[in-house]
Write a protein that binds this ligand. Structure first.
Ligand code: AMP
Length: 427
């Protein structure tokens, strides 16, 4: 089922107006599938990554319902509760509600940790139509009697896989236990592992299922490569890669992933010293520092952002052309999330992963869950053939079966690879 245009969807006039202003003409596949079901009042289990237009797929029908029934929220209550794993994602969702709800008279607020609670408590005093919250701080405020969930009409759990990775399962269950039985619930996750499906079954009632990307496969348009390199040579390799990227297209922004906060700081510093304007974002930075870094990044003032997994969650910047996994994630699902920072909203993107001896096992796990072998890029000065061989042998014996893809030159502007079928997709 594909809606030909937004005009065909029975959304309230103020929403059509804003969609016209935003130049959104065609609903993305998840929007085309989810919006009609949600307008009917169905619960929804959505398997979709960020970058698919998932936020509008739930924000538009909720705003439609709020607009159709402009009941005043009771003090300390919210009519809609969206739970998000990180403050960046919460802010992103809040911003989307503000954008799409520009012509709908509704009140919303955000609740997340790392900042003072007083403004959040004040905002909740009169009650809100939409509350976007991270689980930890929300429970703090509930326990202090500042938030009451007994009037929630719409409940959205966003990026559930990430929420569970971050250890929020107990918090989520507690929050769900405080919701009224009569509600419409929406559940979104990039992957549907058995523990996630079990949680969904406990929360949703006769849900409609919508799946946009096949489970744990990586986004279509991302051109992925892996470099086998020693730990010590990762920095010069990164510099070579960034130089190539700068020559290819000066406009493109780059996110470099580091496993640790300390590593992110050190790397950003060394990149700056080497003449690559960069900044680091991670959990030890204050909210104001993170926002400032993101703002400078979006504007292209510091076109390289070195980030840890948690900090990069919810970063929605369309112009990210390159994601570098300076360190491979030890949780394979994080790879999918990381590379999903590029190729947003239909754009193309490139993801290059550095793999040192210590990380061979991580690479094997990643290739297993994405069910493809990541093409090798070994035409650079720091290539470690012995490592590449070990990976190939290990993968063969484990049955993952990557094919050697041979040395390819770094990708230059216009010469996009991955269009001629060098990807091995399983479905
Ligand atoms: P999301 O997956 O919700 O993070 O959305 C990814 C990006 O796509 C956001 O920047 C949205 O503004 C944009 N977007 C969402 N839906 C549409 C649409 N139907 N047409 C054009 N852009 C869209």
């Amino acid at each position: 089922m594909t809606a030909p245009s937004f005009e065909a969807l029975p959304l309230a006039a103020p929403l059509h107006r804003v969609l016209r202003e935003l130049n959104y003409t065609t609903p993305s596949p998840i929007q085309a599938q989810a919006i009609p079901l949600l307008l009917e009042g169905r619960d929804l289990l959505g398997c979709a990554q960020t970058g698919t237009g998932k936020t509008a797929s739930f924000a538009l029908p909720i705003l439609h319902a709020l607009h159709s029934n402009l009941a005043k929220p009771k003090p300390k209550t919210c009519r809609t509760l969206v739970l998000a794993p990180t403050r960046e994602l919460a802010m992103q969702v809040g911003k989307s509600f503000s954008t799409y709800g520009k012509y709908v008279p509704f009140r919303q607020t955000l609740i997340y940790g790392g900042v003072g609670q007083v403004p959040q408590v004040q905002a909740m005093r009169q009650g809100v139509d939409v509350l976007v919250a991270c689980p930890g701080r929300l429970l703090d405020l509930i326990d202090q009697g500042h938030v009451d969930l007994s009037h929630v009409e719409f409940f959205v759990l966003d990026e559930v896989d990430r929420m569970l990775d971050m250890g929020f399962l107990r918090d989520v269950k507690r929050i769900v236990s405080l919701l009224p039985a009569k509600r419409q619930s929406l559940f979104f996750s990039a992957t549907l592992a058995p523990n996630i499906v079990e949680l969904a079954n406990n929360i949703l009632r006769d849900p409609a299922h919508v799946s946009i990307t096949p489970e744990t496969t990586t986004a279509e348009k991302i051109d992925q490569q892996v470099c086998f390199v020693s730990k010590e040579s990762k920095r010069p390799l990164l510099e070579e890669l960034l130089r190539g990227q700068a020559n290819a297209s000066a406009q493109k922004l780059t996110i470099v992933f580091s496993r640790t906060k300390h590593g992110a700081n050190k790397l950003a510093k060394s990149l700056c010293a080497a003449g690559f304007p960069s900044d680091a974002i991670h959990g030890n930075k204050s909210q104001a520092q993170r926002e400032k870094a993101l703002d400078r990044f979006k504007k292209g003032l510091t076109p390289i952002l070195v980030a840890t997994d948690v900090a990069a969650r919810g970063v929605d910047v369309k112009e990210v052309g390159l994601v570098v996994n300076f360190d491979l994630p030890n949780e394979p699902e994080a790879y999918v999330h990381r590379i999903g920072r590029t190729a947003r909203a239909g754009a193309e993107g490139r993801a290059v992963s550095f793999c040192s001896e210590e990380e061979l096992e991580y690479l094997r796990d990643i290739e297993k869950i994405i069910r493809m072998s990541i093409p090798r890029w070994d035409n650079h000065n720091w290539h470690e053939e012995a490592l590449a061989d070990r990976h190939l042998r290990g993968a063969r014996s484990s049955g993952a079966g990557p094919r050697p893809s041979g040395g390819r030159p770094p990708q230059r502007g216009g010469q996009r690879r991955g269009q001629g079928g060098n990807r091995q997709r399983s479905r």
